[in-house]
Design a protein around this ligand. Structure first.
Ligand SMILES: O=C([C@H](O)CO)[C@H](O)[C@H](O)COP(=O)(O)O
Length: 210
């Protein structure tokens, strides 16, 4: 099981400072959608250049033109790129094909997918590397989490790795770990803490204990 730090509400210098603080305790650093909107793919390039030993995920939440957008994120240095599960199969296929060409990986984000079990099986066949259940900020505000959806994809997905994101905190991490995802994604649960390093270290410890 791996730990991904999601950076959403920072600019590039702040992103570098946070990663510097927690780099020893995370496996993947995510350049979040708001950062890409504010700073462009330059944010991906700068973080990859500064921290070459970490995998960098570009959270583009691709909805169309999968092949082209994966190509641009790959050129910027992204190792993993996100595509939306609600997008057309041809978009996901295009993204997967381009990722294979570039030696990169695709994470399909299941945010707002209604039938998680059925869609996850289809996406698994399309060749996604990761399938991620996700309660976005708007769902979190309504008190929704993805813990049950994680159990669902663990049951039906045969090839892809499983991931979970959305409001995970130190206190809720043990419940997530019980379901044994391959990847846990944490944003505010680390970035909004006073002592980010300490929280990231504790999370890594819990994940290692499995
Ligand atoms: O993808 C995300 C969200 O849609 C904003 O872009 C976050 O990176 C993801 O939800 C993880 O962040 P937290 O919910 O703060 O843990």
């Amino acid at each position: 099981m791996k730990l991904q730090l999601a950076l959403d509400l920072v600019d590039i210098p702040e992103a570098k400072n946070v990663v510097k603080e927690v780099a020893d305790y995370i496996d993947i650093v995510e350049i979040g959608t708001p950062v890409v909107i504010n700073e462009g793919l330059r944010a991906v390039k700068e973080i990859k250049d500064a921290f070459p030993s970490l995998q960098v995920l570009a959270d583009l939440k691709i909805m169309d033109a999968g092949g082209y957008e994966v190509m641009k994120a790959s050129e910027a240095g992204a190792d993993i790129i996100t595509v939306l599960g609600v997008s057309d199969d041809s978009t996901i296929k295009g993204a997967v094909e381009e990722a294979r060409k570039q030696g990169k990986q695709i994470m399909v984000d299941m945010i707002n997918v209604k039938d998680i079990a059925a869609r996850a099986q289809e996406i698994d066949v399309l060749g996604a590397d990761y399938i991620c259940v996700h309660s976005g900020y708007d769902h979190q505000a309504a008190g929704i989490n993805s813990f049950d959806d994680l159990k669902t994809i663990k049951r039906v997905v045969k090839n892809a790795k499983t991931a979970i994101a959305g409001g995970i905190k130190l206190a809720t991490l043990p419940e997530v770990i019980q379901a044994q995802p391959d990847l846990v994604i944490v944003g505010g649960g680390i970035t909004s803490q006073e002592d980010k390093q300490n929280v990231a270290a504790q999370m890594q410890q819990l994940i290692k204990q499995g």
